[in-house]
Design a protein around this ligand. Sequence first.
Ligand SMILES: NC(=O)c1ccc[n+]([C@@H]2O[C@H](COP(=O)([O-])OP(=O)(O)OC[C@H]3O[C@@H](n4cnc5c(N)ncnc54)[C@H](O)[C@@H]3O)[C@@H](O)[C@H]2O)c1
Length: 360
Amino acid sequence: MTRSRLRVGVIGVGVGTLHLQGYARNPDVDTVAIADLDDERVRHAAAEYAVTTTYRHYEELLADARIEAVSICLPNFLHAPVAIAALRAGKHVLVEKPLARNSAEGRAMLAAAEASGKVMMINFNRRFREDVLWLKRRIAAGGLGQIYYAKAFWMRRSGIPRLGSWFVSKEQAGGGPLVDLGIHVLDMALFMLGEPAVRRVTAATYAAFGPRGLKGWKGRASSSDTGLAYDVEDLATAFLRLEGGATLHLEASWATHSSAMDDFGVTFYGTEGGAELFVRNYATTNTLRLFSDVDGVATDTSVEVRSTEGRSELIDRFVDAIFDRGPTDPSALEGLRRTAVLEACYASAAAGHELELDPF
Ligand SMILES: NC(=O)c1ccc[n+]([C@@H]2O[C@H](COP(=O)([O-])OP(=O)(O)OC[C@H]3O[C@@H](n4cnc5c(N)ncnc54)[C@H](O)[C@@H]3O)[C@@H](O)[C@H]2O)c1
């Protein structure tokens, strides 16, 4: 692209308001429209970000010929149909995580992106936290030696997003905390490890609290919440065998009787050192520790990397990719790979044994 300012639209203004914030900070962007069925959310977002054109239905926004790129921040079941419609309408697409409910939907999205020649990226924003980027560089430089085991986790004591909403419906969300939270830490772990393929998975899922209406967050309901039944897990645990022999334990929960607050991170065990990224309640400081031996004595180093949640960074990367100034990553293909891993986790949990994944 050669023109100086990109005209974008944001579809869905729950977490979509954070996309609006990122676009507002980018000097190369004009946000020209938003769309959401929830009139109150639209009013607030339009006022806060000075957006003059508002729509209720995403179809209206996609028909707005001024708009060149869209953020899709809708419930998961709408990611595939809206992304495909947007690409066919000639828009570049930034889609929220997860890419889709399952890999069949994800593959259809990738095919539509390929046919359109437009950029499609996925919002794995947390991989652009400064502490994650620092640790990735450390690992790539061989600072931990050979990593043979890793643990990725996102655990809450009490944080089921809106009981009754699309979040707790298998049909609408594709899964529970594994697709909501686990996907972020799976992405962070694979990103830091240099994108090894996941070869085999074994997993189990449980729903101890959600079906009893316990441990729900009381976030403001959206007008599209319709009292859906709880039929996803509230805890998932998985064991992943990676190409090259390393293993990755993945754990995600919205609700536990445990010391967790809202905790996520990744721990790496390497032949020359270990590293622990631990983020409590979205902390941006004091999140990183390294472990090794010096002259036979155990050492423990705190690394002071001031971080961010990576949201603006990702928006900037999307804009740069459209302007041909940077890579198209996190790519939709990475989004599809993560979705395929989680799909295999659910299949393994249902089957009660380990399953193999076809690499792609
Ligand atoms: N990257 C992150 O850290 C992060 C954080 C939160 C949510 N998300 C993802 O963002 C997406 C949205 O999550 P959320 O928390 O904002 O959910 P939400 O339910 O709060 O908001 C979704 C919005 O979509 C609107 N909507 C639903 N159907 C619509 C339609 N047909 N046309 C127009 N608008 C419609 C709803 O009215 C609602 O305002 C999900 O995929 C979620 O996984 C990502």
